[in-house]
Design a protein around this ligand. Structure first.
Ligand code: ZN
Length: 405
């Protein structure tokens, strides 16, 4: 339930936008905002150790309730004393509720596309058996066994994981559905929110904060209603989820409706599943405090590096033939451990194409380092009243400044 002391301390505001910079307080340390949250979906940031993640400048990671429920199971993680101890990460952890993954098994949507988080092959192999008021029955993608997840189950799993920020279980409304469906689904999300809050109030560990999730699809009135409904529940923070539209301008519009409707200084706002460079810049301007996304880690494992190149969506695929003999680094002047060590595109291409673990790891490190610097740059810009100039420069392809982490 809502704490007496605000969990978010806003230290600076940008006068021209809704951007703000500050500190999100958890018992596992402060999270500098606005900040990016790397995915540790299955209790690890793939290929990295906790000390790597820390060294890159991250305060918080995101674990996934759905995946950890299926394996190794929350009881096993509880046996180890919770997710922090299990994975030996002593910073903050947010856990996704599992709603997105459960519903992704049933819907493949344009929203997945725009959010860059389409369900992977293994997730698609699972199957929804029934969506009811009580919750969702589905088949595990691991062994085909029947599973159930509802609001209480999700909160119970997250309590066992002991995350610092728990997200309520919501129905993740897909893109290609009618307004009526979106409305019914959003209302169900609100009823599930009440059940999550009730369970959390009774049983959750004291340190765990709870975030409500705003749904409402691409309909302004539904989004605003949902934002107000969530804000009225006394949750500690507010996340924005569901379909945000089929193109970026629509996504920004939808996010803007929600953040304006929750004009609230005490509570952090999280944008679920968004992490492209331009989206992070715009998200900050729209008043988002934290973001999570598979993009930097997933792209890294596929040989794609994040670079300051707006023309090519801030990315370069180094697996192409043209890089075979390239002695260029991933990014000129990049202070990340990979570029600093002088790794060439040609060498990294060779490693990635041969699935050498060190190659996947070095690209992941570069990508996460880029986003960490980008967020530090934006935080500094908000603090120094220079957001307009910095946002423009970054959008135009300036590399994030170094030395601010
Ligand atoms: Zn680099």
């Amino acid at each position: 339930m809502a704490r007496l002391v605000s969990v978010l301390e806003i230290r600076h505001r940008d006068p021209a936008t809704q951007a703000r910079a500050g500190i999100l307080r958890t018992v596992h340390g402060d999270v500098r905002t606005p900040g990016f949250v790397p995915l540790a979906t299955k209790a690890t940031v793939k290929g990295l150790e906790p000390r790597d993640v820390k060294a890159l400048g991250y305060d918080i990671v995101l674990g996934n309730t759905f995946h950890l429920f299926l394996t190794p199971g929350h009881e096993l993680i509880r046996h180890f004393g919770g997710l922090h101890r299990f994975m030996r990460w002593d910073g903050a952890i947010v856990t996704d509720s599992g709603g997105f993954q459960v519903f992704s098994m049933g819907h493949g949507t344009v929203a997945d596309e725009i959010k860059g988080r389409a369900p992977s092959g293994s997730e698609r192999a699972g199957r929804i058996l029934e969506i009811a008021e009580e919750g969702v029955r589905f088949r595990s993608y691991l062994d085909g066994s029947e599973k159930f997840m509802g609001p209480e189950t999700s909160m119970e799993i997250q309590a066992a994981l002991g995350s610092d920020l728990a997200l309520v279980f919501d129905e993740c409304t897909p893109f290609n559905v009618s307004r009526e469906y979106t409305q019914r689904s959003t209302e169900r999300t609100h009823r599930w929110l009440d059940r999550c809050v009730a369970w959390h109030t009774q049983h959750a560990p004291d340190h765990q904060l709870i975030y409500g999730i705003v749904q409402g699809g691409v309909y302004e009135d539904l989004r605003v209603e949902s934002a107000e409904a969530v804000a009225a529940r006394g949750v500690d923070g507010i996340a924005i989820g569901g379909s945000l539209g089929d193109h970026k301008e629509q996504m920004y519009e939808v996010v803007g409706w929600a953040t304006r409707a929750i004009d609230d200084d005490a509570r952090p706002r999280h944008l679920l599943g968004i992490g492209d460079v331009d989206d992070l810049i715009r998200g900050v301007e729209l008043g988002i405090d934290t973001f999570d996304c598979a993009m930097p880690t997933r792209l890294g494992r596929h040989g794609v590096a994040v670079v300051p190149d707006p023309e090519r969506r801030w990315r370069v695929d180094i697996t192409g033939k043209r890089w075979e003999r390239s002695e260029e680094p991933l990014m000129e002047g990049c202070p990340c451990p990979t570029c600093e060590a002088g790794m060439t595109r040609g060498y990294l291409r060779y490693l990635v194409r041969n699935k050498e673990l060190s190659g996947l790891r070095m690209l992941t490190i570069h990508n996460l380092a880029y986003l960490a610097r980008l967020m530090a740059d934006l935080r500094d810009a908000v603090a120094t009243g220079t957001l307009a100039e910095r946002a423009k420069a970054l959008r135009d392809g300036a590399p994030p400044r170094t030395g601010l982490l």
